[in-house]
Design a protein. Structure first.
Length: 89
């Protein structure tokens, strides 16, 4: 699950603080990939490898909470910060 934490400037994709996205890559029940979320395509492209790590059991050793991380989009002027959390089912 992704949640927009902050927006610096004016996001061209229209993202707003508090907006949430389901970011699952793989639907195990259907044994199929899922469509990309409505997150900005440039931002989604950047976070894709990180999503794969969390979805398939990996973690980031530098993060205190091994089930989440924060990342900012590549736009340095109109930067959006997203928190991504692994939801265990």
């Amino acid at each position: 699950m992704g949640t927009i934490l902050s927006v610096k400037g004016n996001c061209a994709a229209g993202h707003k603080v508090g907006e949430q996205f389901e970011l699952t890559l793989w639907d195990a029940e259907k044994d199929a990939t899922k469509r990309a979320s409505p997150l900005c395509a440039f931002f989604y492209n950047m976070i894709f490898p990180y999503l794969a790590v969390l979805q398939f059991g990996g973690e980031f050793p530098w993060e205190e909470d091994k089930d989440s991380f924060q990342i900012s989009c590549p736009d340095p002027i109109n930067q959006v910060t997203l928190e991504i959390k692994r939801i265990k089912v």
